[in-house]
Write a protein that binds this ligand. Structure first.
Ligand code: NAD
Length: 733
């Protein structure tokens, strides 16, 4: 069976239908291209065929893109000279698309040939748009749910199947830049307004309209294949075009801090391609695409952000337990977290009971959902009816009896073991025997909190990040006694609210906070040593972190840091090593510089809360050293502070799966996404070098950088994490 089939109707229009076998949405694989080529060849050679329509056999969608598993493997499949192999493979595929575009025309006169239309019933992403862009006219069904665009940049590559070259030539660099550089997706109407598709038609008329166009004997030579073609908005040496490229270059470097190879390569392909004829531009695009695929960053990003993220969302680590989807959830505590948890649960269609000590507090928590929906209505993303329906699912009350019938409870009351134990006991008086109880604690051990329950196997941690509706990761924590049904319930719930789960074992700060805290602490420690704050934060941003450690602590608040420090110090006693950090934190707290919330922290803020420069008082207390460390040293301190915690978490069995360690790090705290996560980063730099570098850092800066035994062993054997800790299925294969 092949994914492409063709039928020619009585009017001589050949309809090629794409219908990937065994998938709900079309994806392109190695064979698909050749099957498509064969049919295009047949249709072009057949005198009875007047023109071709390429469409989809899937209702409401055209294609989701290239099978990214294949992209990830392309390098391995490319043989002894992977760069040459990749380039040749890419050029072969380009040849097929170019054949569609030239459609049998005479190369010199542009005479002859057959018009080819793309008819998109709905979503068309990545290669699913690059194929239509090689056609002569794109018809899209008026399907408001459809998304049309080139999202490649989001997973560390760029549109490398002609999408970059054709879009820039079709609409100009300026108009193409949000689509290429930000991966912006549009519905069909907006895609038409932007100039990506040519016509939007009623879904039932899609094929008829495309056919009508083909039979109208249209002119179909692409503008760039005609003499005198001028690029919309101007080519790079045109004054307007010049401004576009200079601006785009500055914008890309400002946004990415040069940390993402794909963004730079994309810009180079677009700029260099704009200076030369089309066929040369395609070669340039293929060379840059090869360059990006050869960079270990692209495989690591695809692996973490696409393949493994999806595997975790689909329940890669779900115990073999029957369906545990949640119908009625009880949320305890209507503060910041409880309000957010209520919102995402109600939006996912669950019935929610939101409880607080006072009715006003519970109502306030519920109003968070109302405000959120109002904003959605303003932006045209929600309707009054949807708002009413969502609010109708939420009962805000102080009455625990309303919890009857809940199959999941999520507790988000004050971070106090006594308060938490009290509410746990009270809840258990009102819910059924099989109700799962989850706590959203960020610091308290799950195993200890579980002791308030007489069913510890039904007690679990479901740790959200703030703000709940924005943050995509949820960390699920198993206490010592947590049973498989509780894990399945938590995973099914996270799937319902469409977030990404990781499942870890109980230990101080679980996984995410365990890694984030040393990152922040290393930044603060450097302040105490006299390192310039701007150097610290910029070093992190140039590694691809969304914010530097000092800015991060301002956002999360200094007093929270001080509170955690006091609690950790009390719990760890003599083993505690962060005295130098605490000195700065406690002093900042004394000065009332609590971060953004007090409009004063490591940064100054104006009265509107806008961040200004670093606070001068900091330099008075901690004078900047005359000699500043080099950038790489600062970056390595910040990276290894986190990465070594991840390795220790794996060593200690807190993490059971490195995929979770990598995906969790990127989604929870924006760990250098280009690297694919802490374990991928170690694989990129190589474990022998990582172990050696830790030895140097430990000698200069202290034992917190001491090489963990696992890393030492792997370094000695020159092993990579993804080989040694492959997912169970891969190990078995
Ligand atoms: P918050 O102070 O905003 O809200 C706590 C709410 O719990 C308040 O509305 C309070 O009235 C209510 N409450 C207290 N005792 C109660 C009781 N006995 N019965 C019913 N309601 C009661 O706190 P928050 O920031 O929403 O945090 C809640 C929990 O989530 C904490 O355990 C915290 O560690 C955890 N958490 C917080 C964050 C964060 O970024 N704020 C992130 C992850 C986890």
């Amino acid at each position: 069976m092949t994914d492409f089939t063709m039928k020619t109707d009585a009017d001589g229009v050949a309809i090629i239908t794409w219908d990937t076998v065994g998938k709900s949405m079309n994806v392109m694989n190695e064979q698909g291209f050749f099957d498509l080529e064969k049919l295009v060849d047949e249709a072009l050679a057949d005198d009875a065929v007047k023109g071709i329509i390429i469409t989809s056999g899937k209702e409401g969608t055209f294609a989701g893109g290239m099978d990214l598993n294949i992209i990830a493997r392309m390098k391995e499949m490319a043989g002894d000279e992977p760069a040459q192999g990749l380039f040749d493979g890419l050029m072969q595929m380009h040849g097929i698309l170019r054949k569609i575009e030239r459609a049998g025309m005479d190369p010199k006169t542009n005479k002859g040939g057959k018009p080819i239309a793309a008819a998109l019933p709905g979503t068309a992403l990545g290669i699913g748009l690059e194929i239509p862009l090689s056609c002569h006219r794109i018809f899209a069904a008026d399907n408001p749910k459809a998304k049309i665009g080139l999202p490649e940049i989001m997973v560390g590559i760029f549109p490398g199947m002609g999408g970059t070259t054709r879009l820039v030539r079709k609409m100009g660099a300026m108009a193409a830049s949000p689509l290429l550089l930000e991966g912006k997706l549009n519905d069909p109407k907006k895609a038409k307004m932007a100039g990506v598709v040519d016509e939007v038609v009623a879904p039932e008329e899609l094929i008829a309209k495309a056919k009508e166009w083909i039979l109208s004997e249209p002119k179909f030579v692409k503008p760039w294949d005609e003499k005198g073609y001028k690029m919309p908005g101007g080519a790079p040496y045109h004054p307007a075009g010049f401004m576009t490229y200079v601006g785009a270059s500055a914008m890309v470097n400002g946004k990415t801090q040069g940390a993402f190879p794909a963004a730079k390569a994309l810009l180079s392909a677009a700029y260099e391609g704009a200076l030369v004829p089309f066929d040369t531009a395609i070669k340039i695009e293929a060379r840059w695409f090869t360059n990006v695929l050869m960079n270990p960053s692209s495989s690591a990003m695809i692996r973490s952000l696409f393949i493994n993220k999806e595997a975790l969302e689909k329940g890669a680590n779900r115990p073999d337990v029957a369906d545990e989807r949640v119908k009625k959830v009880g949320v305890l505590g209507a503060g910041m977290m409880g309000a957010g948890i209520t919102l995402v649960s109600a939006m996912a269609g669950m019935e929610v009971v939101l409880i607080d000590q006072k009715q006003e507090a519970a109502d306030k928590g519920k109003s968070y959902t109302a405000d959120y929906m109002d904003k959605g209505i303003k932006r045209g993303k929600a309707t009054e009816a949807k708002k009413e329906a969502t609010l109708g699912q939420i009962t805000a009350t102080t009455d625990y009896a309303a919890l009857a019938g809940c199959d999941l409870i999520i507790e988000a009351v004050f971070e106090d073991p006594g308060v938490k134990a009290k509410v746990t006991k009270k809840v258990l008086e009102h819910v059924g025997d099989d109700c799962i109880f989850a706590t959203n604690t960020s610091t308290l051990p799950i195993t200890e909190l579980a002791k308030a329950s007489d069913k510890q196997n039904q007690f679990i941690g479901i740790h959200f990040f703030s703000p709940v509706e924005k943050m995509m990761l949820v960390e699920i924590i198993k206490g010592k006694e947590t049973g498989p049904r509780a894990v399945a319930k938590a995973l099914d719930y996270v799937r319902q609210i469409r977030k990404t789960p990781i499942v870890v074992n109980d230990a101080r700060f679980f996984y995410c906070n365990r890694c984030i805290i040393p990152y922040i602490n290393e930044g603060i420690r450097m302040v105490a040593e006299g390192v310039a704050p701007a150097l610290i934060d910029n070093a992190a941003r140039q590694l691809g972190f969304p914010v530097g450690p000092l800015q991060l602590v301002d956002e999360t608040s200094i007093d929270l840091g001080a509170k955690i420090a006091r609690a950790t110090r009390a719990a760890m006693g003599e083993d505690y090593q962060d005295g130098a950090v605490d000195e700065v934190i406690f002093w900042m707290e004394e000065q009332g510089r609590l971060g953004r919330k007090s409009n004063a922290g490591f940064f100054d803020y104006d009265e509107k809360g806008k961040r200004q420069g670093y606070w001068e008082g900091l330099a008075e207390q901690y004078p900047q050293a005359n000699e500043q460390p080099d950038l790489i040293t600062v970056q390595h301190r910040l990276m290894f502070a986190q990465v070594l915690e991840a390795v220790r978490a794996l060593e200690e069995g807190v993490l059971e799966d490195i995929r979770e360690g990598d995906v969790g790090a990127i989604l929870a705290w924006g760990f250098a996404p280009w690297s694919g996560g802490p374990f991928s980063w170690l694989d990129i730099i190589g474990t022998p070098y990582a172990a050696e570098r830790c030895d140097q850092l430990a000698e200069t800066f202290g034992l917190r950088f001491a090489t963990p035994a696992l890393l030492r062993d792997m370094g000695d054997k020159n092993q990579s994490f993804y080989k040694r800790f492959a997912a169970p299925a891969e190990r078995a294969a």
